[in-house]
Design a protein around this ligand. Structure first.
Ligand code: CA
Length: 406
């Protein structure tokens, strides 16, 4: 659950380590010149007023240090953008589908009990489990307290990480984990489902009945906590989330938009069918048409439950991949790869596109080379203005016409 990672992946940072003292004094700028030590004292005083005991603080103290390599990892790291097919091909390799299916069968009773209690089916949980940590195999090895303390003092997202640090201390306070047990990747995510510490506190549950919420070592705890989270943010029991479909040559493409929910009968009328060609039911249940790579790429109906995937991770590429993986684990066949070739856009091209869109007054968020929902919305508006098929996915033709100012 990395809400602040909008898309793509981070690879290990290769930046040289900066002298710690020098870095610390640079960081003091957002704390009115306060040194790390002074800042930490202040933070601990605040924590005491927030229900954290002296005992917990003493136990955590040896790990609440500043580590410049964490900051380097956070700043550096080549981030690269991938299309839905590139990402899903990589993340949903055959072995992943096979081991996910095996996990579902092996712990069938547990998944049934979880679904009974929270309404979220096993395949959905196992999809997130596979994508986040390869089913619990890769939860990270860095001491979370050090990571989160460092990033709380670092100026980039200091407020966010102060909140996460307090939550990490709460996890220790209530006896779920010891400071030493708390390990993960550099940005502080915890356990088999990579929960932020605040989510751990708010949504973590003890499902194996040992009295502790241990989302690192207990897969029942981790999976049930994810189900609890998804149900709290709105998962609707017994409803689908995503279904692959086929789109016709022509239809009102501007209707393919996650903010537009239409009855299946309407999609059927426009010529949308199931992936195998069967007609959609003449049905009033509603769904959005999701074209992650435009009208020539894969096509899905996204039901109201799809929103819970975008709650988990705002990146459309990640959330579509997770939802598609879940359908595979629930028995759906591999995806059709679309009816044409979709030109992949390099990050530099997406950046240029975003700059062109921003110049025309669109809010595309950060010009970061990631094709997020805001950029896609702006693409759609320009496609409509230019009389191009408005499927929200950029084409070389669109970029050229925006460049020419036509
Ligand atoms: Ca437990």
């Amino acid at each position: 659950m990395r809400r602040w990672v909008l898309a793509g992946l981070t690879v290990a940072a290769l930046l040289p380590a900066v002298q710690s003292a020098q870095a610390q004094s640079q960081n003091a700028s957002c704390h009115n010149g306060m040194s790390f030590e002074r800042w930490l004292e202040d933070f601990k005083r605040q924590a005491l007023t927030q229900g954290i005991s002296q005992r917990t603080l003493a136990a955590a103290a040896p790990l609440m240090t500043f580590d410049q390599t964490i900051v380097n990892k956070d700043r550096g790291g080549a981030v690269f953008s991938q299309t839905f097919l590139e990402f899903s091909d990589r993340m949903i390799a055959k072995y992943r589908v096979a081991s996910g299916t095996q996990k579902l069968q092996k712990q069938k009773d547990m998944f049934q009990r979880i679904e009974q209690q929270y309404g979220v089916p096993g395949p959905v949980l196992v999809a997130f489990w596979g994508l986040e940590t390869d089913f619990g195999a890769g939860i990270g090895t860095l001491p979370t307290l050090t990571s989160v303390t460092t990033l709380a003092y670092d100026c980039r997202r200091t407020e966010l990480f102060q909140t996460q640090l307090l939550a990490a201390l709460k996890i220790i306070e209530r006896g779920d984990l010891t400071p030493q047990q708390m390990v993960g990747p550099h940005a502080g995510e915890l356990g088999q489902m990579q929960f932020l510490p605040t989510h751990y506190v708010d949504y973590g549950v003890d499902f194996d009945g040992d009295g502790r919420r241990d989302l690192l070592h207990s897969s029942p705890d981790a999976l049930a906590s994810a189900a609890n989270y998804l149900s709290k943010v709105g998962w609707i029991r017994g409803q689908p989330w995503l279904e692959e479909v086929r789109v016709p040559e022509q239809m009102p493409w501007d209707q393919a938009d996650l903010t537009i929910l239409l009855p299946l009968s309407q999609w059927a009328k426009w010529g949308v069918t199931y992936a195998d060609g069967r007609p959609l039911p003449n049905d009033a249940s509603k769904a959005s048409l999701l074209l992650p790579m435009g009208r020539h790429g894969p096509a899905f109906l996204a039901y109201p439950n799809f929103r819970m995937f975008t709650e988990w991770n705002q990146s459309l590429v990640y959330s579509t991949t997770a939802a598609y993986f879940a359908t595979r684990l629930a028995g759906a066949p591999p995806i059709h790869r679309g009816n044409g070739t979709v030109a992949p856009f390099a990050m530099a091209q997406i950046k240029e596109l975003q700059a062109l869109l921003a110049r025309r007054g669109h809010d595309v968020g950060k010009v970061d080379g990631f094709l997020g929902l805001k950029s896609r919305q702006a693409v759609k508006v320009e496609q409509m203005k230019l009389g191009l098929p408005a499927d929200s996915y950029p084409t070389p033709e669109l970029v050229e016409r925006l460049r020419a100012g036509r």
